[in-house]
Design a protein around this ligand. Structure first.
Ligand SMILES: [Zn+2]
Length: 64
C-alpha cells in the first residue's frame, strides 16, 4: 500500500469501464448496427496507489 494511503487513507476516484461495443451486421450485410451491450461497470480507483474497489452508489448519495 502507498505510504500516504496508509496515513491518510485512499483517495477514491470514480471510474467507469465502457462495455465493448458490439457490431452486428444488418440484414443486407452492408450496414452495421450497434447493439447495446452490458451496463458500463463503475468502480472506484485510488488516485495514488491505483487500488480498486467496487463502486457503491450509497457513497455518492452521502457526498452530494
Ligand atoms: Zn490508495
Amino acid at each position: 500500500m502507498n505510504f500516504f494511503c496508509r496515513i491518510f487513507g485512499h483517495t477514491w476516484v470514480p471510474h467507469s469501464e465502457n462495455p465493448k461495443i458490439r457490431w452486428t451486421a444488418s440484414k443486407n450485410m452492408t450496414e452495421m448496427e450497434m447493439s447495446p451491450g452490458a451496463e458500463p461497470r463503475l468502480y472506484l480507483q485510488c488516485a495514488r496507489c491505483k487500488q480498486r474497489k467496487e463502486y457503491e452508489p450509497s457513497d455518492e448519495r452521502l457526498a452530494s
